[in-house]
Ligand binder design. Structure first.
Ligand code: ADP
Ligand code: MG
Length: 269
């Protein structure tokens, strides 16, 4: 029916998404009847206790895990038909994980260029692009280093660069900066926000930090566990571009308090 309206489809549309792992007595409902729509360039965060299905939801959108029920569309294309993934639908999607997952024997530039190599892009072109994106994420001068020579923050930068090297339209970030110190995290958040805004990337971030969610997002999706489900969506109305000063404002701190309340309610309700 959507085709008949002539409207552009949403960037991401999730309808009635359910994932159950295992069967019978051992069945675990990882996510239950989730609905979510993201427009192009929107930044949303998923906030919820461990085990409430955040990673599972992202993996289904990325085409790494099939749903038990429901639909996921990226730019109007269904990601799944049953257990079969559509490569075309997931082509504009990049996912970044909590741990950097870099190959230790590759240089930073080779790691960053890997998705292009897999896509069959020639060496000169992919290395040029890798160097460009390394500069964007603050890795200039480190292109020839091996991951073992980098700090944790630098490794996450490399991982972000690798996720961005294909010019994704959809970026899925699963607790990407959770293990970093506060200063490094602030710096990376600012860069992330700028990169996403400049390229109009549609982003889903999983975080345990209410302040990080409030700072980066247009919307925060609150999830609960047992059964794992979406319990609320909070709009974050702060003007963009945002600077770290925003975090000191009363309005911001009220927002963080509001998110904390919602999360606590969803825990107990
Ligand atoms: N491959 C799997 N097989 C069985 N159970 C899984 C698998 N992946 C996740 N789960 C279960 O699904 C639930 C949601 O997991 P997950 O999506 O990783 O949660 P979160 O990322 O919010 O911490 C958890 O109970 C987890 O144990
Ligand atoms: Mg997780």
């Amino acid at each position: 029916m959507k085709q008949d309206t002539g409207l552009r489809p949403a960037e991401i549309e999730i309808r009635g998404l359910t994932k159950i792992f295992g069967e019978g007595d051992r069945a675990v409902t990882a996510i239950s009847r989730a609905d979510l729509i993201l427009e192009q360039g929107e930044f949303i965060s998923l906030l919820g206790p461990s085990g409430c299905g955040k990673t599972t939801l992202m993996r289904i959108v990325a085409g790494l895990e099939y749903p038990t029920e429901g639909e996921v569309e990226v730019r109007g294309l269904p990601v799944w038909s049953g257990k079969r993934r559509s490569k075309k639908a997931t082509k504009p999607v990049s996912m970044m994980f909590q741990e950097a997952r870099l190959f230790p024997w590759f240089t930073v530039a080779q790691n960053v260029a890997l998705p292009l190599r897999i896509a069959g892009v020639g060496k000169a072109e992919r290395m040029a692009r890798a160097h460009e994106i390394c500069e964007t994420v603050g890795l200039k001068g480190f292109e020839g280093h091996r991951p073992g020579q980098l700090s944790g923050g630098m490794r996450q930068r490399a991982s972000l660069a690798r996720a961005l090297v294909t010019d994704p339209q959809v970026l899925l970030l699963d607790e990407p900066f959770g293990a970093l110190d506060a200063m490094t995290r602030d710096a990376l958040n600012l860069e992330l926000m700028e990169v996403c805004a400049r390229a109009k990337v549609t982003t889903i971030l999983v975080t345990h930090s209410m302040a990080e969610a409030a700072f980066l997002s247009d919307k925060v999706v609150v999830l609960a566990s047992r059964p794992a489900r979406i319990t609320g969506v909070v709009d974050i109305p702060f003007e963009r571009p945002r600077t770290l000063d925003l975090q000191r404002s009363v309005a911001f701190q009220d927002m963080v308090a509001d998110l904390r309340n919602q999360l606590q309610e969803s825990h107990h309700g």
